[in-house]
Ligand binder design. Sequence first.
Ligand code: SF4
Ligand code: FES
Length: 251
Amino acid sequence: MPTVTIDGRRVTVREGAYVLEAARLAGARIPALCHHEAVEPIGACRLCVVDIWKPGWDADSFRLVASCLYPVEEGLVVHTATPRVMETRRVALDLLLARCPETPLVRDLAREYGIEETTYRKRENPDDCILCGLCTRICDKVGPAAISTQSRGVLREVAPPFFEAPPDCIGCGACAEVCPTGHIKVTEDGFTRTIWGKTFEMLRCPSCGRAYLTRAQAEWMAGRGMPVEPLCDSCKRRRTAEVAASLGRPR
Ligand code: SF4
Ligand code: FES
């Protein structure tokens, strides 16, 4: 397992880890808005930049990289808060604030970096989408790839095909779950779930009666030979705890 130095602190991380993971292990605070453990990184937001140095490089030869994408290797030296790292993050946040001037997550982070208002022209009719791509990546990974990015440049946005209720969506809600800004809206009334303008029938947990899975998702999973959970998460946990307790009980 490689050992790396993060801000002067040596940490050993698992093989195949990225610098962001190592830095967090070392206690560094790095903003990473397009990162999620469940999907592969794409380096979209550029907020996680750090300075790195590798054995063999000139002593003063550091390079700026996106830590979420850069694999750790033995002897790597990482600085997570040099002046140019902080300035690069400030520029990225300034631009993001122009895109999403009212989004609390963006505003709070920008404020941490000393930015109250963007120095760029604010987007007209802004919404909360920071184009991190987490929703499309998770949908590709665990679902039917029902959503994608549409248009280009400042008009780019995440949407279903032709901006209509997505025919392939199974209503699993994974996209809303990973969205860091709450841009994707999901509503539930106990019987149905509505997302991306499409309404799904919910299946109920046979133990507690809670709506926990859309019928469309259950059918999609069954069609691929995937096991469909017969219970909701909390009943599953309770059953597991009951089994564990009964096994541990002295006879
Ligand atoms: S909708 Fe949410 S998850 Fe998807 S790109 Fe926008 S901010 Fe990211
Ligand atoms: S978290 Fe690394 S580029 Fe966004």
